[in-house]
Design a protein around this ligand. Structure first.
Ligand code: F6P
Length: 527
């Protein structure tokens, strides 16, 4: 793996020259914050705690130019087949603001959106009645990956917006415990099930949906009731119909919307139900504001571009191989999981667009957890572990006009975030080596003006576009995910073998595990 382009070599040289400079020296540069923090769509992205100066920044921008990034951004927005292995565009941006030059997109999106709005207002104002004439109180969203992570994150993040909203629950895992935890205490007469699956063939969703339907029918007794209690969101409308969901209750997805970019489509229905259609429009508007910034701002001031380049600098040139997402917000606690799919499923690739092995490593390990909880768990390793890391701190402002006690919580939250990023950057020397904190860990801080639908939309679009830019620079297709298929396929015969229905053909280890699992299985009698 060795990239030989001029811009790459220049950066490699720059990294060797600066690797030993303490981060505190960079922080001491004049006008550090003014020069390296940027704002767009209401968000502040502070890169001043990164090992970047104007020279490195311009070398990184040269790299982006050398990859024709501006042209590739246009390709994304204008519907070129940026998903090269599937020959598809990735037009999730068109769901946030209808492209003026693509009337055919608006023509398919608008009617679905109108039907969704109608459904949402009927459920929220109590006009949608269950089979026995009662209004709905609970919504169970069944889906996984892109058909779950975004809607669950956004519903949780924006829950305070919901007044006349039903309670929204999510079931993703095929572990029956996930479904049972939600069904327990639900009244089928007042429950609405959303089956969200772009393909309508994902194992987990299929199994959970079938079990939810059985649970419902066992209590209700007649098939006709399905019409008032089951909704499908899918691009495979035929399979949804076979499952028994009426066309009137089926909302379409298109192949130009990737699963992990589908929050903005009908997949966002639980969010619409939780915060209302006006709130959802704000979420779209926030994302559209970031889209506009991304498409029309020069690379030098372009937030997603700068975040992407900073990530590449840390990973490919400074050798930092893991990146933590640290939201200082209870309501954004699902952000690390959401970004794991967005970033790792998009850019965890080792074959370039042309089908050859990539010339550079792609995508660091991304992980994380909410502050302040993480401070009492994994931060010890961050401060004194033997490996380096980078991190994004995500802060939400606001709450100062709340009653004093509530405002104190918020101020403590922010104080802890800033204290931690400072400690990571500067460290602390102590005569006792056990108490020394090395520091020197570069971090980015993103500040949302408040946790609103608009700012959340802008934040998620910021990361989507960062991922796209990194994919362009690494020359990979960020929009496919072939790597997830093999393990799923191998599970199919194992399912039969665990039941003793077919001979064991696996390797010795897998055979041994299957035999052990069969032998030690707990039966009802043992319990
Ligand atoms: O994990 C693979 C994947 O295809 C994701 O890309 C997708 O978001 C998820 O499965 C769910 O897929 P579907 O919406 O088709 O059920």
């Amino acid at each position: 793996m060795a990239e030989t382009s001029k811009s790459w070599k220049q950066l490699t040289r720059a990294a060797t020259q600066c690797i030993d400079t303490p981060l505190s020296d960079w922080l001491a540069q004049p006008a550090r914050f003014e020069n390296f923090s940027h704002q767009a769509a209401g968000l502040l992205v502070d890169l001043s705690k990164q090992r970047i100066d104007s020279d490195i920044k311009s070398k990184l921008l040269n790299l982006a130019e050398s990859r024709a990034l501006p042209q590739r951004i246009e390709d994304l927005f204008t519907g070129a087949a940026v998903n090269s292995t599937q020959q598809r565009p990735a037009l999730h941006t068109a769901l946030r603001a209808a492209p003026e030059d693509r009337p055919e997109i608006a023509a398919v999106v608008a009617p679905v959106q109108a039907r969704l709005n109608d459904l949402v207002s009927r459920v929220r104002d109590g006009r949608w009645l269950g089979y026995s004439g009662k209004a709905l109180t609970d919504v169970v969203h069944i889906g996984i990956g892109g058909s779950q992570l975004g809607p669950e994150l956004a519903s949780l993040a924006l829950v305070s917006q919901s007044r006349s909203a039903p309670r929204v629950h999510f079931v993703a895992n095929i572990d029956r415990a996930a479904l049972d935890a939600v069904l327990l205490g639900l009244n089928p007469e007042r429950s609405l099930f959303i089956i969200a699956s772009k393909s309508f063939s994902t194992l987990e969703t299929q199994v959970n949906a079938a079990s939810a339907r059985s649970w419902f029918l066992e209590r209700v007794g007649h098939l006709d009731a399905i019409g008032k209690h089951f909704i499908a969101i899918s691009s495979n409308t035929g399979a949804a119909a076979e499952f028994g969901i009426e066309p009137a209750n089926t909302f379409e997805l298109w192949d130009w919307v990737g699963g992990r970019f589908s929050l903005w489509s009908a997949v966002g229905l639980p969010v619409m139900l939780a915060i209302g259609t006006r709130g959802f429009q704000q979420l779209l508007a926030g994302a559209a504001a970031m889209d506009k910034h991304f498409r029309h701002t020069a690379l030098v001031d372009n937030l997603p571009v700068l975040m992407a380049l900073t990530g590449i600098w840390n990973y490919n040139f400074l050798g930092v191989t893991n990146h933590a997402i640290l939201p200082y917000s209870e309501r954004l606690r699902l952000l690390p999981e959401y970004l794991q799919q967005l970033e790792m499923e998009s850019n965890g690739k080792s074959v370039s667009n042309s089908g050859k092995p990539v010339s550079n490593h792609t995508m660091p390990i991304l992980w994380g957890g909410r502050g302040t909880n993480g401070q009492h768990a994994f931060y010890q390793l961050l401060h004194q572990g033997s490996r380096s890391f980078t991190a994004d701190f995500i802060l939400t402002n606001g709450g100062e006009d709340a009653p004093a006690q509530i405002a104190d919580h918020q101020r403590w939250l922010l104080a802890n975030a800033l204290g931690q990023s400072q400690a990571m950057a500067q460290g602390q020397h102590d005569p006792d080596p056990h108490k020394t904190v090395i520091g020197g860990h570069a971090t980015t801080t993103i500040v949302l003006p408040e946790l609103s639908p608009f700012s959340l939309g802008a934040l998620l679009a910021l990361y989507e576009h960062k991922v796209f830019c990194q994919g362009v620079i690494w020359d990979i297709n960020s929009f496919d995910q072939w790597g997830v298929e093999l393990g799923k396929r191998l599970a199919i015969p194992i399912f039969e073998q665990l039941a003793g229905k077919s001979p064991l053909l696996q390797d010795a280890s897998t055979q041994g595990l299957i035999k052990h699992l069969r032998k030690t299985k707990t039966t009802d009698e043992d319990r």
